[in-house]
Design a protein around this ligand. Structure first.
Ligand code: GLY
Length: 427
C-alpha cells in the first residue's frame, strides 16, 4: 500500500458481502474495492474477480499483484482454511481470525472445550466420534436433544430433536450416512435449551472488545420458527429483549471469558466474534460461536452503522480498537430474506428477478444481493437465499412494514419469504 491508497479485497459472495461492500463504498479511505468472487450486488461498488473464496493461494497472488492494503474475509470456509494466515505471511493486513482461532466455528468440539475450560454458560453436552456410543447416550436422555455436526456444514449441521428416535436418526445420517462428509466425523449431543435466540456480534482486536448492536435471526424456514433450519431467513436490530443489563451480563459472562480463554489457549482472537445465544430462564447460554459477520444479521446492522467501516476494520487489524468510537443510527432495521422455492432443499436457478429498481428507489431501503447472477444483462436467481431486502424505520414496526413493501415490489418465479420477520420484537 502506498501513501493514502487503500485498495481492499473483499472475499465472499453472499448478502453479507454485499452489505460490507455497500458500507465500505461510503468510506473516505477506500480507493478501490475488489470482490472475490462477489455477486451482482457487490459489482455496484467495485470490481468482481473470478476467484473462488476458498482458493486461498490464488486470492493471495491476486492481492499481491493488485497492491491490496486490506483483505476482508467474509465467510467461514476461507477463514478455517487459513486465509488470514496466508495474507499476513506476505505482509497484507487481513480482517478475521487465524485458522487456529477459527476453530471456534469450524470445530464445535473445540468450541465446547473453550466454553468448559472458561466456565462459559452453555448447554449440557457430550462429544462423540462413534455412532453406537452417540446412539446409547441419546437413548439414555429423557429430554429433547440437539445433534450437531462438529465441522462446517453451511449452517445446516444442527438438528433439533424432540424425541430420542429423531436424535438417533440425525446422528446416523451425520455419522454413518455422512451427509456432511468429514464435517460429521465428530458429533455433539446437547440438551435442547428453551428461550429466544439472539445474535451478539463483537469486534475484537486481540485485547479490546466492541460489542455491536444486538440482533435476532430467524433460522427455520417456516413462519413461527417451524421446519428445517436455513442459513437465516431474516433479521432485525436492535433486539429489544437484550436490555442494557442483559448485554452487560453477556459481555461479562460470555464474551470476555471467551476472548481471554482464546488468548490463554494460545489461539488469540481477532476479527468479528459472533456468539449465538439462547436466552433461557436461567440466563444466557452459548449455543455456538461464529468467527465472521452473521448473514443476514450484518445487513440490518450495517444499515445502522454511521461510522467508517474501513477505519474500524483497520483499527481491529492494528490492535487499536480502543481508538475508534462507533456511531449508530438509533432507528431499527429489518431484513427479510427472499429465497428460491424449495430452499433449504433443492431448488431451481435462473429465474428472472423483476422489480429490483422499484424496490431500490424506495426511501431507506437497500436490496442486498445474495444468490443472484447476471445473465445477458438480466439479474436471475442463482442460489437458495436470493435477496436480503432491508429497511430502516422510526420503529421496528415501521421498518418491518417498509421491508415488506419492498419485498412486494420484487417478483421471481417460486419466490418465498417468511411473513413474520421481526414479529417477535413487537410482542
Ligand atoms: N445468521 C446465521 C449465521 O450467520 O450463521
Amino acid at each position: 500500500m502506498k501513501g493514502k491508497d487503500m485498495k481492499v479485497l473483499l472475499i465472499g459472495s453472499g448478502g453479507r458481502e454485499h452489505a460490507i461492500a455497500w458500507k465500505l463504498s461510503q468510506s473516505k479511505k477506500l480507493t478501490k474495492l475488489y470482490c472475490a468472487p462477489g455477486n451482482p450486488g457487490t459489482a455496484q461498488y467495485g470490481e468482481n474477480v473470478d476467484i473462488a473464496d476458498t482458493d486461498v493461494q490464488a486470492l493471495v497472488t491476486f492481492a499481491q499483484g493488485a497492491d491490496i492494503g486490506l483483505a476482508i474475509i467474509g465467510p467461514e470456509d476461507p477463514l478455517a482454511a487459513g486465509a488470514v494466515d496466508a495474507f499476513e505471511a506476505v505482509g497484507i493486513k487481513a480482517f478475521g481470525p487465524s485458522a487456529k482461532a477459527a476453530q471456534l466455528e469450524a470445530d464445535k468440539a473445540f468450541a465446547k472445550e473453550i466454553m468448559r475450560a472458561n466456565s462459559i454458560p452453555t448447554g449440557e453436552s457430550r462429544t462423540f466420534t462413534n455412532f453406537q456410543d452417540a446412539k446409547a447416550y441419546i437413548a439414555s436422555r429423557d429430554e429433547a436433544v440437539v445433534i450437531k455436526a462438529a465441522g462446517l456444514a453451511k449452517g445446516k449441521g444442527v438438528f433439533v430433536c424432540d424425541e430420542p428416535s429423531e436424535g438417533i436418526l440425525a446422528a446416523e445420517q451425520i455419522m454413518v450416512d455422512r451427509i456432511f462428509g468429514d464435517a460429521g466425523n465428530t458429533v455433539i449431543v446437547e440438551d435442547k435449551l428453551l428461550g429466544q435466540e439472539v445474535s451478539i456480534l463483537a469486534l475484537v482486536d486481540g485485547r479490546n472488545i466492541y460489542v455491536l448492536e444486538s440482533s435476532q435471526d430467524h433460522k427455520p424456514i417456516g413462519e413461527g420458527d417451524t421446519g428445517l433450519n436455513t442459513g437465516g431467513m431474516g433479521a432485525y436490530t436492535p433486539a429489544p429483549i437484550v436490555t442494557e443489563k442483559l448485554m452487560d451480563q453477556i459481555v461479562k459472562e460470555i464474551l470476555v471469558p471467551t476472548i481471554d480463554g482464546m488468548t490463554r489457549n494460545d489461539t488469540p482472537y481477532r476479527g468479528i466474534l459472533y456468539a449465538g445465544l439462547m436466552l433461557t430462564q436461567g440466563g444466557p447460554r452459548t449455543l455456538e460461536y461464529n468467527v465472521r459477520f452473521g448473514d443476514p444479521e450484518t445487513q440490518p446492522i450495517l444499515m445502522r452503522l454511521k461510522s467508517d467501516l474501513l477505519e474500524v476494520m483497520l483499527a481491529v487489524c492494528d490492535g487499536k480498537l480502543n481508538t475508534v468510537n462507533l456511531e449508530w443510527d438509533p432507528r431499527p432495521a429489518v431484513c427479510v430474506v427472499m429465497s428460491s422455492g424449495g430452499y433449504p432443499g433443492s431448488y431451481e436457478k435462473g429465474k428472472v428477478i423483476e422489480g429490483l429498481d422499484d424496490a431500490a428507489r424506495m426511501k431507506e431501503v437497500v436490496v442486498f444481493h445474495a444468490g443472484t447472477a447476471k445473465q445477458d444483462g438480466t439479474i436471475v436467481t442463482s442460489g437458495g437465499r436470493v435477496l436480503g431486502v432491508t429497511a430502516l424505520g422510526d420503529t421496528i414496526a415501521a421498518a418491518q412494514a417498509r421491508a415488506y413493501e419492498a419485498v412486494d415490489a420484487i417478483r421471481f418465479e417460486g419466490a418465498y419469504c417468511r411473513r413474520d420477520i421481526a414479529d417477535k420484537a413487537l410482542k
